[in-house]
Write a protein that binds this ligand. Sequence first.
Ligand code: ADP
Ligand code: ADP
Length: 542
Amino acid sequence: TCGICVEKCPFDAIEIINLPKELQDDPAHRYGENAFSLYGLPAPQEGQVTGILGPNGIGKTTAVRILAGELEPNLGRHADEVDWDDVLEAYRGTELQDYIADVRDGEVTVARKPQYVDQIPNSFDGNTRELLERTDERDALDSLVERLSIGPVMEQSIDDLSGGELQRVALAATLARDTDFYFLDEITPYLDIGQRVTAARLIRELAEEEDKSMLVVEHDLAILDLLADTLHVAYGEPGAYGVITSPKSVRNGINEYLSGYLDNENMRIRPNPIEFEEHAPRTDTHGDALVEYPDLTKSYGDGEFTLEVEGGTIRENEVLGVVGPNGIGKSTFAKLLTGNLESDEGDADLDLDISYKPQYVTIDQHMRVDAFLSSITDQFGSSYWNTEIAQPLQLERIMEQNLSDLSGGERQRVAIAACLSDSADLYLLDEPSAHLDVEQRVQATSAIRRYAEQQDATVLVIDHDIYMMDLLADRLMVFDGEPAVHGRAGTPQSMREGMNEFLANLEVTFRRDERTSRPRINKPESQLDKRQKSEGEYYYAP
Ligand code: ADP
Ligand code: ADP
């Protein structure tokens, strides 16, 4: 044994040579003998936004249930040996002391936004207005509805809302409550970048103007950076144990996370750093054309929505990124390319073999993951396939499960694997980051990138995660217009031109972190923001 556990080590910690010092203390909570243990707790601060960055299954929800007073922590002992006074004693002298005293005395109130907004319709019958009016304790609803653009769906049944609408309604419902402590478990799924930035600003305002404590779990690093004042990194072995670090500045926390090494903890969490390039990829490497498509148009119904596509070229062996707001026609364009939809004008008959992963993944047959994937490729199980696909997408552990039993993130990873495993001329991935935690995004990004390079594959990726796009794409296709009314798709252009056009539409500028070159959103109206806007350099500022 390693000296922490009396019995056999449940999580092979013996193999961790660099045993974190946190693991030598008592955990905050252990669910039972040989069950998941949580070490450390985040410390919410009045008037501040505290972020947690880490994979799923690492104990973030457990920590929040403790801070909300819903789960009495047992400090790793038998529950009947521990009460709140012992917990308070264990945290005496730490930042959490006062907070835990309040929890013990039942004085903390919490509003919580759940991670999986898709499940809200199962627990609520009624329309958006009815749901929101029940939560409006701060008399803030009108302003939240306006800023989150919920107006058009106020009378709509909750059952009929899209993922992005549900996410915004859930945010408004949580922020309208009047409590001491707000917990937001992921704010960005299904939202486009403009909506993500708005959500981040609303949360910051509530902390700053009303002196509330906000605790946010978020996997989109650009948004987390904009949103949080301090950051706890969570690491460990998902499902076995998790450690929540002391608070770091948000900049250092993200930098350390990306570098794969936590300085204070003296802990390596990943073998390789994630590196961003300061300058846009070179544009003078002209690959041959894989396909040239003409100008296209497509309308739905009686012209309720119209998409105009400017003709363009997709080059062999490139990763072409696609960005733009929700409801602007990106998926419609994907369907025109795949031939699932016919254009009104222009002929998109591309005569290409396309492997397509749709935005909403619907693989849910009663079939095991291994049987499903081996039906797609005879490479299944080869050492190449294992190293390049199964490992980075963390499929080993779920191979024997049924597709219908998978969680959202697991289903997404299987769908990405299935898309890349098929042999095709063009791989088309619609929102691969959805439902993936931060570490899975990093891994999926490098799997897609490596696959493109090693297989000379051509890949088209639609996504809202700016970091993922920066790491993945060689060129960019930008959509704009008026969501749900008309969309316009520009011809593919260089990353620099594309990012400038896209971010100018949003009026958002980025700077580069000095240490890691990662992109960071500038504060609106800051000197840098104004200068970059006047120079038209929204992203790769010289
Ligand atoms: P996260 O929020 O980071 O995804 P959770 O706190 O939900 O993680 O869960 C961490 C681990 O604790 C998971 O492996 C989960 O299965 C386990 N766990 C959660 N609740 C219980 C419980 N009531 N009993 C036993 N194990 C639990
Ligand atoms: P994006 O992928 O950019 O979010 P979509 O291409 O999915 O956008 O949709 C663009 C617009 O077209 C939306 O307003 C959507 O509601 C509408 N739309 C999509 N599919 C259909 C359809 N089959 N019939 C009618 N309207 C549709």
